[in-house]
Ligand binder design. Structure first.
Ligand code: 8YV
Length: 313
């Protein structure tokens, strides 16, 4: 019997990916080992590579163990991956961009429509048998409104494209203006918020964007403005958001991600002006299987050519 090459697995993976990988590799789960530090030290040089998910990330101690190999990540977000440790240890890193863009952009609109049009409370109203006793209240229009997008990368651009179909006036905040697009660049985030009915967060997570959405930004968004987040919970100062909602300083929030998910602050529950999803923007059958395929393609590409197909950018 030939021994299969070993892959270090940083946390539980989707079942399909786990099964596919196990056809050709021996999978070694890092999260079940008792003494992580000595395990990583004694197993240095024994792995063909590592596999993680955005939510598990990858720290410097793992990169030292994986020196000279590859880390493939299921997910596009690399805020939890220590890229400088990867570089220092000559570990190639890949993520899964593009294949999840459309589904994430779709959910941004689901959240916008959901929270502004009160979709969940309206459905609950019907389910509770209240319709026959009277009409449901009014909600807020989405079409034709002003959309501010924070971060105009792949996902931000896909959101903007959808917004064109909703006849929205589209502005964006980014590090640099993007050339050749019909959307208005706004260099000042407070100005963007002040001029938006919907402020959608679509930027990277990590130290650079931590608490970018501050109490001041929420104040600027104002009592008729909705905040939508499909990026990372860390981008919003969650305490400031809770305060802003309690003080009616903003109209509502639609969130697919939270600062300490899966923990949900009590203050954000049971509030009809808040719609929270359990980080499902990319979780469709189609997108998940495309992500799984891209993880395996990246791994094979590295093993055959020494290069991954989709490094983090
Ligand atoms: C992933 C995500 O499904 O890709 C990302 O960065 O946040 C999600 O869309 C999830 O993170 C997989 O770990």
């Amino acid at each position: 019997m030939t021994l299969q090459p070993k892959l270090l697995i940083l946390g539980p993976l989707p079942a399909g990916l786990q099964k596919d990988l196990s056809h050709n590799f021996e999978l070694v789960p890092l999260w079940t080992v008792e003494d992580r530090a000595s395990f990583l030290q004694t197993h240095q040089g024994q792995f063909a590579g590592g596999v993680t998910m955005s939510r598990h990330g990858c720290q410097a101690d793992v990169f030292a163990c994986l020196r000279g190999t590859v880390l493939v990540c299921f997910g596009v977000g690399f805020d939890g991956i220590d890229l400088s440790a990867a570089k220092n240890n000559h570990v190639a890193v890949s993520t899964t961009p593009d294949v999840l863009t459309d589904c994430v952009a779709d959910i941004a609109f689901a959240l916008m429509l959901g929270v502004a049009r009160q979709i969940v409370p309206a459905a609950q109203f019907v389910q509770a048998g209240k319709w026959s006793h009277g009409a449901f209240g009014l909600s807020t229009r989405v079409s034709g409104k002003r959309l501010g997008i924070v971060g105009l990368g792949r996902i931000g651009t896909a959101i903007a494209k959808r917004a064109q179909g909703f006849d929205m006036a589209i502005s964006y905040f980014a590090r640099h203006p993007v050339k050749g697009i019909p959307f208005a660049f706004q260099a000042d985030l407070l100005q963007l918020a002040a001029n938006s009915d919907f402020l959608v967060i679509a930027c990277k997570g990590g130290a650079e964007t931590r608490h970018l959405i501050s109490a001041e930004v929420l104040k600027a968004l104002g009592p008729k403005g909705f905040l939508i987040n499909i990026a990372r919970g860390s981008v919003i100062d969650e305490q400031a958001l809770i305060q802003a909602l309690q003080n009616q300083e903003i109209a509502g929030a639609g969130l697919d991600v939270l600062a300490h998910e899966p923990q949900v602050p009590e203050a954000l529950l049971n509030n009809h002006r808040v719609l929270i999803l359990p980080h499902v923007a990319a979780s469709t059958f189609e997108t998940r299987s495309a992500m799984e395929k891209l993880v395996i393609d990246n791994l094979n590409s590295f093993l055959n050519t020494g290069k991954v197909l989709t490094p983090p950018v």
